[in-house]
Design a protein around this ligand. Structure first.
Ligand code: ATP
Length: 284
């Protein structure tokens, strides 16, 4: 028994040291419709276009829509991996720039309420994945459900997408507050989306920090300002990503700038840089 435990630990350690580091980023925002999926996909594709291997987890498990947004055909999803019918590598769908998407189009999976067997199965599925991953982007659902909090808390970086509407700002504040108060998260990167001018983006950030500075001990950074862009809507209607369909459009340029920034973020040297560590955090 002891021998088995030791050998499990040893192989686990060997495995950990052989693993490539992955940047894990959650894209969240509190309010629905602020552009989380648009930010996740376009940023992921822009990073993939630079030659990096990027995986997007569509973590809006009830209403997953990354595949629909890109007009991709999905045969199998994460529930097939959990039931043992498919390997993770087999369900990945490839989008523009070679970006890979983990389709999770099943309302029946609740990632935070997995049975121990499913938990182990999920970690094993990611451990055994042959597809290398430099950047793992998790597109979370709207709201402040346990699942959104778990995904955010387990990620190394949290991108909070906000728009210049009072409800978006109050929902983003509520999300930041809970992540800080209940989960000890102190660092957030803000993406001001659908703004008409740079100034509007900066003012929006100020409105948010006015309340966070007053009531919370958190550090917010304005990481990206994405302009309102009619071409983005046109691209969505055509089931294309703007960085692919209209690469010179203002929002596409802003997504590429964000991608370059992310590329320069350091990969943590410790275990939190591993995909498996993220999953452990997620389900524990
Ligand atoms: N910068 C932008 N300029 C113009 N339209 C945008 C921009 N960003 C997002 N949109 C539009 O806003 C709508 C909502 O975007 P998206 O689906 O990405 O939001 P979401 O936060 O993921 O929504 P949900 O919470 O429903 O998952 C879409 O129609 C999208 O085309």
């Amino acid at each position: 028994m002891i021998d088995k435990t030791c050998s499990d630990q040893a192989s686990g350690l060997r495995y950990m040291s052989s693993m490539k580091k992955t940047k894990v980023i959650a894209v969240t925002g509190g309010k629905g419709g602020v552009g989380k999926t648009s930010v996740s996909l376009n940023t992921a594709i822009a990073i993939a276009q630079t030659g990096k291997s990027v995986l997007v987890l569509d973590a809006d498990l009830g209403l997953a829509n990354c595949d629909v947004m890109l007009g991709l055909r999905v045969d199998k999803n994460l529930s097939h991996v959990l039931s043992g019918e498919a390997e993770l590598d087999d369900i990945l769908v490839e989008g523009p720039g070679g970006v890979k998407i983990v389709p999770a189009t099943s309302g029946s999976i609740d990632m935070v309420e997995l049975s121990p067997a499913q938990h182990a199965g999920l970690i094993r599925a990611f451990s055994e994945m042959k597809t290398p991953v430099d950047v793992f982007i998790v597109d979370t659902a709207a709201g402040i459900s346990d699942m959104v909090l778990s995904f955010s808390r387990a990620s190394q970086e949290i991108l909070v997408v906000v728009t210049d509407e009072p409800t978006s700002i109050t929902d983003a504040y509520a999300l930041i507050k809970i992540l800080n108060r209940d989960h000890g998260v102190a660092k957030f990167k803000v993406v001001a989306n659908m703004v008409r001018t740079l100034k509007e983006g900066q003012n929006l950030f100020k409105k948010l920090t006015l309340v966070t500075d007053r009531f919370l001990d958190v550090n917010l950074e304005l990481t990206a300002i994405i302009p309102f862009d009619e071409n983005l809507r046109k691209a969505v209607r055509r089931q294309r990503a703007i960085v692919d369909a209209f690469p010179r459009s203002p929002s596409a340029i802003a997504f590429k700038t964000l991608a370059t920034k992310i590329d320069h973020w350091p990969v943590p040297a410790h275990a939190s840089g591993n995909l498996e560590f993220f999953l452990e955090q997620l389900v524990n």
